[in-house]
Design a binder for this molecule. Sequence first.
Ligand SMILES: Cc1ncc(COP(=O)(O)O)c(C=O)c1O
Length: 423
Amino acid sequence: MAARFDVQGADGAHLWHPYTQHGLAPDSVVIDRAEGAYLYDAAGKPIFDAVSSWWVTLHGHAHPAIARAIAEQASRLEQVIFAGFTHEPAARLASELVRIAPAGLTRVFLSDDGSTSVEVAVKMALQYWRNAGDSRSRVVALEHAYHGDTFGAMSVSARSVFNSAFANELFDVVRLPDPSEGDAARAFADVLDKRGNEIAAIIVEPMLLGAGGMRMWSAAVLRALRMLAAERGVLFIADEVLTGFGRTSPLFACEHAGVSPDILCLSKGLTGGFLPLGATMTTAAVFERFRSANRTHTLFHGHSYTANPLACAAATASIGLLDDECAAARRRIGESHEAAAARFAHHARVRNARVLGTVLAFEIDEAGDYLHPAASGLHAFALERGVLLRPLGNTVYVLPPYCASRDDLERAYSVIAEFLDAR
Ligand SMILES: Cc1ncc(COP(=O)(O)O)c(C=O)c1O
């Protein structure tokens, strides 16, 4: 029998993991396979994936319909340069995205992940003005925002421990208060009054500031920000990398407020969590600012794997699963979360228990940032008990795949309750 490959040994010797302090972190857990809401480690132990593997897994791991779509596509056309060429998986996906997205978004620019979808959005917005000979170039963004780890995405993200090593290299933005805490709409109105002709675009994570601490904010403020932008001709960018494809219950968080952005960023759940893919959608008005006989008006942006056919096929298959049954499953998760939030709210250590669609969150002890220690033992504590949780500082959240059962969810809630009682 061939010797088993030493995964942990090779990992420890050669791999560098994301968001990992290798001076402190224990060995990475080897995952051998996954199915539905569960990961299985090398010994076959099941682990309930209560964070949808960094918020990407929608319908469950290894969903057969998506796996089949990828396999069929792989044996037909795995990749082709997307400049000067096109293919059915990309064209179908674009048609599907236009069908389900908020009204008016009729163009789709494909890239690799959430950060690149934001880079493209910001570049589109800035060049939109430049192509018209207008010098406005300032972006407005929210306090506690997180839009990704590339330089443009870091620049529009809040300044935090995630990007403090690069603070001097980031471009300046106009910062509005986090709408879960302050009056972002009033602040935006003030900015538009005082510096309106400098402002090219505003970027927001609609309804939910994710990595900034699962901060939930109101549809009324979202609508107010969108309307102010529209009144002043400022482009409105909705980063739905996390909230897209049903995370907050409706397919897109913008639906809570009945608004359409000028530019929409998508990734994460786009392929159901199978393959990396980003999409930046926009309106005919934005697209037409770039279509011209003038070659300098081109959007000079692209990645080697733009519109990868396998990723596009996975995405179309995943969108096909976003049916009424899936909407009902999301509502059931929301109801289960609501009941759990009501229970957690009575716990002496729990602050601000809250729910938005399939996301449950609260703080342990007090408001805190990413390095707050209150929940630092929870990841290991839960993992030992077969649940994957990854608190953001002392913000604990549960964000499961839509196939999670009531029992799966109860298991996650009870591990969290046990942790709260144990300390
Ligand atoms: C709202 C939002 N935008 C952008 C990103 C960046 O996406 P990626 O990690 O795929 O680059 C994230 C990732 O968490 C996100 O939550």
